[in-house]
Ligand binder design. Sequence first.
Ligand SMILES: [Zn+2]
Ligand SMILES: [Zn+2]
Length: 397
Amino acid sequence: MKLVEPIIAFQAELQQIRRDLHAHPELCYEEQRTADVVAARLTEWGIPIVRGLGLTGVVGIIKNGSSKRAIGLRADMDALPMQEINHFEHASRHPGKMHACGHDGHTAMLLGAAHHLATHRNFDGTVYLIFQPAEEGGGGARRMMDDGLFTQFPMDAVYGMHNWPGLEMGSFGVVAGPMMASSNEFRVVVKGKGGHAAQPHRSIDPVMVAVQIAQAWQTIISREKNPLDTAVLSITQIHAGSATNVIPDEAVLIGTVRTFTTEVLDLIESRMEEIAASTAAGYRATVDFTFKRNYPPLINHPKETAFAIEAMKAVAGADKVDDNTEPTMGAEDFAYMLQEKPGCYVFIGNGEGDHRAGGHGLGPCQLHNASYDFNDSLLPIGASYWVRLAEMSLPLA
Ligand SMILES: [Zn+2]
Ligand SMILES: [Zn+2]
């Protein structure tokens, strides 16, 4: 491990920042206090800021030298609407809210890099520090872009990072191309004609139709898309009926579709609708089909990924960088930024959970688990990666 020396000395302060954020989690677009903390630190370190993109977003600007080159480093700031069951000192003080995805750590790591870059200025160009709201379903990345992130702050590339439980502490994982999936949700209402369960011939049973549709949809995955294309179609809710002797008027199917490409998503969405409508028509029922596209697939750009790998190796050593890590069907709104700018998103290992001090809950240290905690040992490692990436991207002449 070759950490950036002065950042090691800064670790205690970063840990204090991280734990303070952990104790005061804020949900999507409510990150007011968090943004205040970020803004106060950046200002204290002499870094100009612009606030208000994406409502609570903060952009820090560190310019050095004369080069026009620029990169963006992005951290997310929001927490989740869930009850923390840890009871160590820095556990959440806000009931029903928790930093269970480690965005407290992401914010602290980027602050660590900001402090170093502003103090040492070992680069030629501009580093934009992007502190983003509402990653957890709110599309804060998209909203900052809609508010002019890339027009107000023109940058050549943008980079993101997420802690990854189960990956060895301080190691890195990344892959060029698709690394995280698109996330989409559907809701289909099958409309039949209710009646007495003993007289099915006088009704149109929407339950049977919904079951036929549910079965048929899986053949889109197994028979219609290319087997080499990855996709998931999960029906997670089926609702119908209220009594044992009543055929209901309606049945509802709800679920999620995940894909690594928009082409495969287009195919699945259109075939789901056609199969639902034609199956229903075959049984004299009708359907209301709604399909909502949330985050797009996260696609790492090859050149920037190769570059990021060099920066990770410079910090963690070649043996701690998996450059062919397994993609995940989870989703991430940094994907929007990678649709407009070249860049790369990486995982940094959060370990197995043994970093948690006494007082943690009984659950595993997994993302979105009530016993999760960010591993503070990562703070100087992640911050060092950001600094090396910036210095290598914007080398002094
Ligand atoms: Zn999350
Ligand atoms: Zn997250």
